[in-house]
Design a protein around this ligand. Structure first.
Ligand SMILES: *[C@@H]1O[C@H](CO)[C@@H](O)[C@H](O)[C@H]1NC(C)=O
Ligand SMILES: *[C@@H]1O[C@H](CO)[C@@H](O)[C@H](O)[C@H]1NC(C)=O
Ligand SMILES: *[C@@H]1O[C@H](CO)[C@@H](O)[C@H](O)[C@H]1NC(C)=O
Ligand SMILES: *[C@@H]1O[C@H](CO)[C@@H](O)[C@H](O)[C@H]1NC(C)=O
Ligand SMILES: *[C@@H]1O[C@H](CO)[C@@H](O)[C@H](O)[C@H]1NC(C)=O
Length: 489
């Protein structure tokens, strides 16, 4: 009998603060499959002995029962249900060595509850941050930047300012958040692309902590399909930092993607607040039997091949597929209310790629409860550590748009569709940017992903250290004496 590490790890992650609904889905549907898939890889070189493994299994069985009662238990118990293969040491400043003599993972970062410290740079502390937030003349209206599918650039910043994980002490921070609303500022023509690039470089040169880690512990939000390309020279200056971005691919016109699976975090797009609020949402889902179409696609074609193929398919099968030729302006434009009323009128919402691989419609479809059919081969989806997307969505090859797709969708029984919808309903809270007081939100997902990136040690090519733990630069100047402007990159 063997237990692989991700199994235990993910289960524990699941069993506590991470929204238990997402866990239930993940656990009941995906766990055993992924357990079998990953077993072979992870058994190799695992530091667990059989005793550990048996102990771990017993623990899992025990926590299965405890999980249901979790919220009602005193916090003392929360600290005692950790898996024995993990180091219980919670201090980020200590070495990650356990009593057993072999290295083991720190409980922090893989642990049973969120525990991390994020420093948020103040707009007055670093010259250049204000222009990146409000434009050169400081005229950009942040409330506008807060709206729309790119609102995450403001929302995440505001949520972190009020977060219980925020620290005001740089010395103790695990992460440094760099606020900037460049997508919005650029859209409002308050900074040119060139100015954005130069301002970012100016900002980075004032951050000794950025220098210390080569940017590895610094977080940037890039909320649009352009990803980090908004900072033209990101590859030179920012190629080790953590990007929060909905975009996993921009190979179409930028020739290279700025998303890296090992360091970056995919975040959900910003669905309209009126759809995500509980109770009085703008548009409520329809019962399956009341939906007029098998499938729909409700976006502008923008001359893109896949989208044009869907429009053509809708011309051939107008009673099955609703895909009107929408334009940027009326009369061939759907306004918000109309748009969601149409979106909810099909069992399946087709999600072809746009100029880039991510599209907001994917997230919106969960709030009208149609099953998303992803037709965007390069898409990257958020929170893959807890969501098994095969249980709530369909992904279809972009090279196979045609009658076969409709035939296939038609062959899926309503009970199966309802099952997917029901499971989707349970994870959609992870697409909502709500305050931390909510038990489940996009921020919870993001914080858990960040926690897995906590480091006790910081390095870069220009960082050195001595026998007594002192960090120095190439000239042997101690870290606390590093004075801006810092050399870059
Ligand atoms: C549980 O862990 C938290 C976080 O480390 C700590 O603040 C708290 O004191 C612990 N509670 C008990 C009863 O040990
Ligand atoms: C971005 O700014 C830096 C610093 O001014 C400069 O060295 C670099 O060439 C700029 N990149 C582009 C693409 O202009
Ligand atoms: C990443 O940045 C470093 C400097 O920080 C630079 O030396 C390296 O060439 C960059 N990598 C790429 C792929 O541009
Ligand atoms: C795009 O990438 C290809 C191959 O990686 C390279 O040969 C080409 O020069 C790049 N084009 C631009 C505009 O960067
Ligand atoms: C660490 O060692 C260096 C070199 O011997 C010394 O200059 C420095 O003061 C020491 N720092 C501490 C904190 O002991």
């Amino acid at each position: 009998m063997t237990i692989d590490k991700p199994f235990i790890n993910s289960y524990i992650l699941c069993s506590s603060s991470f929204p238990s609904i997402a866990c239930l889905i993940w656990f009941s549907m995906g766990t055993l499959n992924s357990y079998h898939r990953t077993k072979r890889i992870w058994n190799h070189g695992t530091p667990c002995t059989n005793t550990h493994q048996i102990g771990a299994l017993l623990l899992i069985v025990a926590t299965l029962f405890i999980n249901r009662l979790w919220d009602h238990l005193p916090s003392a118990l929360h600290n005692n249900t950790q898996c024995s293969i993990f180091n219980h040491d919670r201090s980020p400043r200590k070495l990650a060595h356990s009593n057993g003599g072999y290295p083991s993972w720190p409980e922090r970062g893989y642990g049973s509850h969120l525990s991390l410290k994020i420093y948020v740079y103040d707009e007055n502390e670093i010259d250049g941050l204000k222009p990146l937030m409000y434009g050169k003349e400081g005229v950009v209206d942040v409330d506008i930047c807060y709206q729309g599918q790119w609102g995450t650039q403001v929302k995440i910043h505001r949520l972190l300012l009020n977060s219980r994980f925020r620290t005001r002490k740089k010395e103790e921070a695990d992460f440094f958040f760099v606020p900037a609303y460049v997508k919005c500022v650029h859209m409002m023509e308050a900074l040119t692309e060139e100015e954005i690039n130069q301002t970012y470089v100016e900002v980075l040169s004032q951050m000794p902590y950025f220098r210390r880690s080569g940017g590895r512990d610094h977080i940037f939000v890039f909320p649009s399909g352009n990803g980090a390309h908004f900072f033209t020279s990101w590859k030179t200056f920012l190629n080790r930092s953590i990007f929060l971005t909905p975009e996993g691919d921009r190979t179409d016109n930028k020739n290279s993607s700025s998303f890296h699976t090992w360091k970056d975090i995919i975040i959900p797009g910003n669905v309209h607040d009126e759809m995500t609020k509980n109770g009085a949402a703008l548009v409520e889902p329809l019962p399956l039997s009341k939906r007029n179409y098998l499938a729909n696609y409700l976006g502008r074609a923008q001359g893109l091949k896949g989208r044009l193929q869907l429009l053509e398919l809708a011309r051939q099968y107008p009673d099955k597929l609703e895909a009107p030729d929408l334009k940027h302006d009326p009369p061939d434009k759907l306004f918000k209310l109309e748009y969601f009323e149409h979106l909810r009128n099909a069992k399946f919402c087709l999600i072809p790629r746009g100029l880039s691989s991510w599209t907001l419609r994917f997230y919106e479809s969960f709030f009208v409860e149609c099953v998303p059919v992803i037709i965007s081969d390069q898409i990257e989806l958020p929170f893959q550590n807890v969501i098994d997307y095969t249980q709530i969505t369909i992904k279809w090859p972009a090279t196979r748009i045609g009658p076969q797709l409709l035939e296939y969708l038609e062959s899926i029984p309503d009970e199966v569709i309802m099952g997917m919808i029901a499971r989707g309903r349970q994870v959609k809270c992870l697409w909502t940017y709500a305050p931390e007081s909510e038990p489940c939100s996009a921020m919870h997902g993001i914080l858990w992903e960040l926690q897995r990136k906590v480091r006790v040690f910081h390095q870069s090519a220009e960082t050195f250290w001595l026998h007594n733990g002192t960090i120095v630069n190439r000239d042997l100047v101690e870290f606390h004496n590093w004075k801006p402007p810092m050399p870059l990159p």
